[in-house]
Design a protein around this ligand. Structure first.
Ligand code: SF4
Length: 246
């Protein structure tokens, strides 16, 4: 996507609501009619982003399912780009789940240091590998309930695994997803669990996992946290906050 100059942005005044004429977003009334109209808009948004980003891809590099679990654990309070500079060395030095389960913590710590919180993460990664071996026969489990029993794994990671590895309906509710979906008026608030449940209601779930990957690209390029470029946004006609953020 081309870079947009600041002058392309819309004014910062709040957009007027088409129904009541007031500034800001219309509150959700939770009625079946409201849900239907949000679902229709969600479908249009999903389709539009599929056109803009034909390829939906996880930004973490991995080749085995357990490596995605580890990369995700490393990405806590760290960028995916930095994680991707560390994991090649980690997976080359410990080329199997068993090797990583037997790894000396100090060696793992040294390799993953650039990702921050390296002592906690090293302990968690080695512990995770041991649990996968002792409780799941060395396989990554394919249910939300089982994934959540693994050390350091929350719903966001579990959804990522279910969607990317097993092709299941999943909503990866990260910071991009919550920010953008709130601006679009698909969800409200930043409680990840509530947002996930809401999005499960309104999104076409067979396309939701890829949609979340697209939101990451869209959130980095257009609907950024600090200064969304609404003036050239491909979703501006579908967005409740067009021109009012940033
Ligand atoms: S119109 Fe603006 S706030 Fe809405 S999705 Fe686009 S960039 Fe984000």
């Amino acid at each position: 996507m081309s870079k947009v100059k600041e002058a392309d942005c819309l004014p910062k005044e709040k957009a007027a609501c088409g129904e009541c004429g007031q500034n800001g977003r219309r509150e959700s009334d939770g009625s079946p009619e409201e849900l239907l109209s949000v679902r229709e808009r969600a479908l249009a948004i999903v389709s539009r982003l599929e056109e803009v980003y034909p390829e939906a891809k996880c930004s973490l590099s991995y080749s085995e399912p357990y490596q995605l679990l580890i990369a995700t654990r490393l990405s806590a309070q760290c960028t995916d780009a930095r994680v991707n500079t560390v994991t090649p060395e980690l997976f080359a030095r410990f080329p199997s789940l068993e090797a990583l389960a037997d790894a000396e913590l100090s060696v793992v710590e040294e390799i993953i240091k650039p990702c921050g919180l390296f002592r906690t993460k090293a302990k968690s990664i080695v512990g995770l590998c041991r649990e996968l071996i002792s409780r799941y026969g060395g396989e990554v489990p394919d249910s939300m309930e089982e994934l959540l029993t693994l050390p350091g794994i929350g719903r966001k990671t579990a959804n990522l695994i279910l969607g990317d590895v097993f092709g299941r309906p999943a909503v990866v509710c990260d910071t991009h997803c919550m920010r953008i979906c709130e601006r679009l008026g698909l969800s409200a608030g930043r409680d990840a669990y509530k947002v996930e449940l809401r999005l499960r209601e309104v999104l076409p779930m067979d396309r939701a996992s890829d949609f979340c990957h697209r939101l990451v690209m869209f959130g980095r390029q257009t609907c950024t946290a600090r200064k969304p470029v609404c003036g050239s946004c491909p979703l501006s006609d579908l967005c409740e906050k067009a021109g009012s953020e940033g």
